[in-house]
Write a protein that binds this ligand. Structure first.
Ligand code: AN0
Ligand code: CP
Length: 315
């Protein structure tokens, strides 16, 4: 594997999940694979899990890590070609990417959606410019439209906790006071489309994700109906896609409560974190023994490690 920009960059999701589960049993089994190699982690946005788990993964493979908070510590980058740079942008991506590539063997990037300009976000300017100019492998640590490291960790978690060959998995929208990106939900949908599962997406009207991503995945507008008999409830807020970046609904009736979880088949609660308690999910649900949020975050290390291993070995 050269780059990891999308879950589809994995040649076989099921095999990768199994490899990650094997790796988890003895996480230092490839501890010399990355000896003498360096990964640069560039953050244009905040992070807890991605930042620490990706460093941990690189460390488990014997790599060195350089982390930079680009958002407030780097020069403001220009991504457009042929512009007169006489405003606030100090450096062009052409130079920045080539310079960074000289200091490392892999570059990993977090650059969220603006949620103001759909076309620009969908062009994935940041990550694609690094891919174009850096000429080293690029890893997506959440871009404008996807979070494939999270989706791989979620696939590992579902595999570990499923009790049936074809579980019912529900992706549910839940309220949030801020406009959030579609990336986590998009990658979760793409990952689920590669799985054997009864997969249902539930959200209020107006919150349809990009139809080019949801394709023919089932959408159920009645949240309670969607929850019936579910084995996994995967929760995430996102802003409207159609009414790009807008919040259409703030009321709490879509929050995940104990009463709703009772409709499921003793279903597991999942969320990528960070999560707002008693806005997205009631305390009783996230604190229950059916909550997998801490396990999901743990699997971020093994998801990142298997991805870095594939890039290092070029397989
Ligand atoms: C981000 C998002 O929704 O994309 C990161 C999630 C991993 N969440 C927030 O900004 C709260
Ligand atoms: N789930 C996730 O990516 O968390 P961070 O934003 O804290 O990295």
């Amino acid at each position: 594997m050269k780059n990891y920009l999308n879950i589809s960059d994995l040649d076989n999701l099921q095999n990768t999940v199994q490899e990650a589960i094997e790796l988890k049993k003895e996480e230092l089994q490839y501890k010399t694979l990355g000896e003498g190699k360096t990964i640069c982690l560039l953050f244009f946005n905040n992070s807890l899990r991605t930042r620490l788990s990706t460093q941990k993964a690189a460390q488990n493979l014997g790599m060195h890590t350089i982390v930079m908070n680009f958002g407030n510590e780097g020069w403001q980058l220009e991504f457009e070609e042929g512009v007169e740079m006489n405003e606030n942008k100090s450096e062009h991506i052409k130079e920045a990417a080539k310079v960074i590539a000289q200091y490392c063997d892999i570059v990993a990037i977090r650059a969220f959606a603006s949620l103001t300009d759909k076309e620009k976000d969908e062009a994935e300017k940041v990550i694609n410019s690094f891919k174009k100019y850096a000429n080293i492998p690029v890893v997506n640590m959440e871009s404008a439209t996807g979070h494939p490291l999270q989706a791989l960790a979620d696939a590992i978690t579902i595999e570990e906790y499923k009790t049936e060959k074809k579980p019912k998995v529900v992706l549910s929208w839940a309220p949030h006071p801020k406009a959030l990106p579609h990336a986590v939900a998009n990658s979760f949908v793409e990952m689920m489309q590669l799985q054997e599962a009864d997969f249902v997406i539930t959200h209020p009207e107006g919150y349809e994700l990009n139809p080019e991503i949801t394709k023919n995945s089932r959408i159920e507008y009645n949240q309670e109906k969607a929850f019936e008999n579910a084995d996994f409830i995967y929760v995430k807020n996102w802003s409207s896609y159609k009414d790009y970046g807008q919040i259409l609904k703030k009321d709490t009736d879509w929050m995940i409560t104990e009463a709703k979880m009772k409709l499921t088949n003793n279903g597991k609660f999942m969320h990528c974190l960070p999560v707002r308690r008693n806005v997205i999910v009631a305390d009783e649900v996230i604190d229950s023994e059916n909550s997998l949020v801490i396990e999901q975050a743990n699997n971020r290390t093994y998801a990142a490690q298997i991805v870095l291993k594939k890039i290092l070995k070029n397989d």
